[in-house]
Write a protein that binds this ligand. Structure first.
Ligand SMILES: *[C@@H]1O[C@H](CO)[C@@H](O)[C@H](O)[C@H]1NC(C)=O
Ligand SMILES: *[C@@H]1O[C@H](CO)[C@@H](O)[C@H](O)[C@H]1NC(C)=O
Ligand SMILES: *[C@@H]1O[C@H](CO)[C@@H](O)[C@H](O)[C@H]1NC(C)=O
Ligand SMILES: *[C@@H]1O[C@H](CO)[C@@H](O)[C@H](O)[C@H]1NC(C)=O
Ligand SMILES: *[C@@H]1O[C@H](CO)[C@@H](O)[C@H](O)[C@H]1NC(C)=O
Length: 355
């Protein structure tokens, strides 16, 4: 592959762009049932915390990583270790996380703390809101990870999701820690594995400063959310890992993705149906499949996407730069899309839109 450097400046507006073409890529993830989560809400956190747990939140402040809890007045730190988590990378710490979440979520001011120097193994969990505070901090300074591959995944728990944040209005997920998706054992399997982090029907979310790697499927997914800000995120997965999109959004509006570095085996950022008012700035992608809008219009559906801006970004070592992908038979529109100051290094197809 010839390696060349091109500075690419492109500004254009699409209006009423109808779909008649097919994207050849294998879109196995798109076919998943969308509202799968609803049937699993019964797995929500326990109703009430054990009294000794809620009475002894940690006195220790979170260590000082690049992103510490925003408000110095907030000393309601709910450290998962105080709720029984071990953090040795082997013990199942799910119950402690659920208990700590339930307690934090019911407080009017809370920092949910995953402390540094620990590695927490947690099963598929739904962190359910709404919470009492609109300013919850989910501080990850240690490592969190799922069971290691399908053989360790409990048989009676859905493999389609790992950590889901549901109906959360107002939360900052931050810290100097790591989310390790342990996707290695899933990538070559024919079955559809789980996404790492999913936010569903939530709003006013900030994700900042975290590192996430090796998700079995998408790393972050936001659906049916609004007011989402992603800042200084690092996503890392091998170039050969299938469907490991960095950040996927759908039916989500008012999104800002800034100052992030993503290298993975699929779309760096993918923008699905129903998204609008999306601003992407200073993102470095690659290796990846670039930034894409779509795939839209699956199963003859109607899909609209508008007001998307991607600027001051770099896409390198990728098969695609920026593209709009559609399914044959779908309808709808893609409008007011702006790509400005995108630098491409070693990208095969720099801009691609099928009409
Ligand atoms: C919130 O947490 C603080 C500190 O742990 C505690 O004193 C207070 O009672 C909690 N409030 C509620 C509503 O649980
Ligand atoms: C949004 O979140 C921020 C920080 O978490 C909080 O200060 C603010 O009040 C929230 N806004 C709304 C409208 O809930
Ligand atoms: C799954 O099975 C285990 C052991 O058989 C049981 O303890 C657990 O409650 C089950 N979980 C669910 C979500 O049904
Ligand atoms: C762009 O993002 C990178 C990586 O996060 C960061 O180091 C750099 O400071 C950002 N640049 C600007 C102008 O914000
Ligand atoms: C487009 O989205 C931006 C936020 O990314 C917003 O500030 C702006 O008002 C939107 N423009 C229109 C025409 O809706």
């Amino acid at each position: 592959m010839p390696v060349h450097q091109v500075f690419f400046l492109l500004y254009f507006i699409f209006s009423c762009f109808f779909f008649i073409n097919v994207e050849s890529r294998y879109h196995r993830y798109i076919q998943e049932e969308e509202f799968h989560i609803v049937s699993h809400i019964s797995a929500a956190p326990e109703a009430s915390p054990a009294p000794e747990a809620s009475a002894s939140p940690s006195a220790a402040p979170p260590p000082s990583p690049s992103y510490v809890a925003k408000s110095p007045t907030n000393n309601n730190v709910f450290n998962v270790v105080d709720f029984g988590a071990i953090g040795d990378g082997v013990t199942d710490d799910t119950q402690a996380f659920k208990l700590a979440w339930d307690t934090a979520c019911h407080n009017e001011s809370a920092v949910f703390l995953v402390p540094a120097a620990h590695s927490f193994m947690i099963q598929s969990t739904i962190f359910t809101g709404p919470c009492k505070t609109a300013d919850l901090v989910f501080q990850i300074d240690g490592t969190i990870m799922p069971p290691d591959g399908p053989d360790c995944w409990p048989r009676n728990i859905s493999k389609k999701q790992w950590l889901v944040f549901y109906r959360i209005n107002g939360m900052t997920m931050q810290g100097g820690g790591l989310i390790d998706g342990r996707g290695e054992k899933w990538w070559n399997l024919p079955c559809k594995p789980h996404k790492a982090i999913r936010f569903f029907m939530s709003s006013n979310l900030t994700v900042q400063g975290l590192k996430i790697k090796n998700s079995p499927l998408f790393h972050f997914r936001f659906d049916a959310c609004h007011d989402v800000r992603v800042e200084s995120l690092t996503v890392k997965a091998p170039a050969q890992s299938p469907n490991t999109d960095g950040i996927h959004i759908e039916n989500t509006n008012n999104v800002q993705i800034y100052n992030s570095i993503i290298s993975n085996g699929d779309d760096c950022i993918s923008i699905g149906a129903g998204c609008y008012d999306v601003d992407i700035k200073n993102v470095t992608c690659g290796p990846s499949h670039g930034i894409s809008i779509g795939s839209l219009g699956i199963h003859n559906s109607r899909a609209c996407v508008s007001n998307i801006s991607v600027s001051d970004s770099v896409i390198k070592n990728s098969d695609n730069g920026v593209r709009i992908k559609t399914w044959q038979g779908g309808s709808g529109s893609v409008s007011n899309v702006k790509f400005d100051n995108i630098r491409m290094d070693a990208v095969l197809t720099q801009f691609h839109a099928q009409t």
